[in-house]
Design a binder for this molecule. Sequence first.
Ligand code: ADP
Ligand code: MG
Length: 854
Amino acid sequence: DGSLEETVDLGDDRTSKEEQDTGDLRLLARQNYLSRREIQKIEALRKDLLLLEEDVKKYGWEALTQRERDDIALKRELVELFEKKESDPEVGFKLQDDYIDGKGKIDVGRKRQALSNRDDYFQKRKTPKQQVWEERQLQKAIREEGTDEIAVPDSDKYEFVFDNDAAVEFTQEEEDDILPEKDAEYENLLAEKLEIEENRVRSLQETRKLLPVYQYRDDLLRAIRENQILIIVGETGSGKTTQLPQYLVEDGYTEAGKLQIAVTQPRRVAATSVASRVADEMNVVLGNEVGYSIRFEDKTNGKTILKYMTDGMLLREVLVDPELKKYSCVMIDEAHERTLATDILLGLLKDILLHRKDLKLLVSSATMNAAKFSHFFNGCPIFNVPGRRYPVDIHYTLQPEANYLQAAISTIFQIHTSQPLPGDILVFLTGQEEIESARQKIEEIAGKVSSSIAPMILAPIYANLPQEQQELIFLKTPSNSRKIVLATNIAETSLTIDGIKFVIDPGYVKENSFVPSTGMTQLVTVPCSRASVDQRAGRAGRVGPGKCYRLFTKWSYYNELELMPKPEILRTNLSSVVLLLLSLGISDLINFPMLDKPSISSLTSSLEDLYLLGALNSKGKITRLGRIMCEFPCEPQFAKVIHTSATHDQCKGVLEECVDTVAMLHEAMSLFAGQKEQSSEFLGEVSSDHMLYLQIYQEWRDYNYSRAWCRDHKLQYKTLCRVRNIRNQLWNCAEKLGLVAMNEIAKRQEVDVAEKLPIKLTKCFIAGFPTNIAQLGTTGYRTVGKKSTSGLNVYVHPSSILNKQLRDSARKPSKYVLYQTLMLTSREFMRDCIPIYDDAWLLEMIPQVFKRKA
Ligand code: ADP
Ligand code: MG
């Protein structure tokens, strides 16, 4: 009935006093996204609204005429729209055209269309506040079933006019958008742009000279000339990754384009982001002289002399070019991370360097374990680049925190509201899901208190984040606001973000953990090492004295944390590396030079895995199938799935579907914009997560890889594009190996392929993942493992379609389940599952595992 509370706080809930206090800040923030004219418009509207609302307070809603009420409602809506645009650059609508017809009625059809015109960027960034707004709009629309307009009550009795005081014109173009009419003006504009660009390049060059390594440039180059192997140690951010390779180019190591320099990174994001930065500094187009190569994406060409790549990619190159002949220098960067690929590369390089006396090896590392590398390379020299680091105050919690995510979020607001600007915050979280959920919570809180605090810029960074969004973390923070970087371990050493003054460290990291006795790899969240948390703290002291808030106790730091992180080689399944070494002719795995030797049991376990897959024969020699698996740019298990789908008597003919599914599984973690179930609703009944992925991919392809289709189904368009790319590479590989041709023949002989598809697909995955199977028992599912008798209690992950099936239909759980990954969070979860209804499939596909139990 229009009571006062209801009317006063709609739209803008700030009082005029607060409005003044925060007005300046908001004006600044707003200028990013609103044109000057729009700011004037919104100010005029707001002022007008304020007066009207004072009237409402004074005289009551009842005293107004219907027309005045409608006027208020419409103005509120306009203010709200503007505010939305203000907070998001992608909301690019023009008000009058899109929303209001000649009579001042709001045209819902057009409004909806305008909303859907925005790309999925907006969907991803949608804040709860915006969601609420959209839902409200939608409800309004639905209420007026049948018509396509929101009917304003009694609207036929009057004509809508805008209040003249507001003097708002909504369709005019922004002045800046209008192109100058005269040529001279146009040329001036160009000259101006050119000058800006020149200044930018000049300032980049000057910045280069300010980095700590610059002082040591000549000493470094001399040391490299005099030694074949050099370990380089320096504080993060001193310029090792971006500067050293450039010095090498400047010193002529690429022989005018004949040879290349390879720089490896443990992480994809680091490789791409650093390459793009260096291309900028060298003032070349990324992909020409400076490029990057990561799995499934190669951005290099014939001109490339400086190549940033993941360590895994260089490892694959050794397969093709065992002496790495096209390189004059290899820099193994971030060696302290001790990834599996880095460790193996170092072992291989030790041998390659003996044959190639002209090849230079640089191993760069944060301060921890430099001596170990030197020792590994027979006491080669260590070059230390002294860095600058300001003192960092360390704060611990007094009691252990039960919920570190919650604690991290409160700490963010605590810092933000109590510490002066500037000073950005870096928060270390364990992964994408955690980061996204934190972002959502922070936005929710910030949305409620936005009028009383300085603007916060949330900048997430994790491996699967689309590249354009990655760049957000490097943008300079406006002086009135604070940047909050929500990062995974990647910000520990690989990426340096300027301006960080506060670090919040819950002290956890997500890593693979392999248990040889059960033969299982799990993704687990574990406490960091002391070396890691010290690194993290150091990130706060780059621009000035900083503070680090550790969300664990001092006691825990000294008594519970390991000294050093555990190298990956000691905690992961080695089968793909073992296969690679065997294919290189290295069969004496025990004596292969390694910084840390994996346990015999873990080596045996991976040999056993490879034997089960048919990659090795009973004498431990690599088979023809094993060599085929090496060709595929994916884990041997997936290669086996693909191979089976084209060749096995019981399965052949489904190569295409298997390749699609395998590609989808590579990106499954970042596929859904919302809940997985929401997307599956559209697709009807599916029998497994794998079939769901396959159907999604196929339908997307049928819709011509449409972006709009993704948005409608709450799927990430960019992720699907990556899937398409992976799929094509796997397909090309299959084609090269003759699998496509074999599959074609099989398809021609087969009838009703479509009907048999789910079973065939299941069988292919059984062949590829013979050890990823759990059996239903009295206490639920339990892993069968390799030969273990005990196994582990496991649960279907809440996101799995299997869960939904059990809930919705009266279907009994299947006797067996095949899972892709095990994840330990609150419980031991199986992610991405296929039910196996018939044990005969197991006997048929993997008799080497299941005959005994039958
Ligand atoms: P290191 O490898 O020794 O840790 P880097 O070479 O990665 O150091 O970084 C040197 C400096 O370059 C950093 O301090 C940072 O200021 C700057 N920098 C690196 N990458 C970027 C980027 N993508 N955008 C802006 N600045 C960057
Ligand atoms: Mg670096």
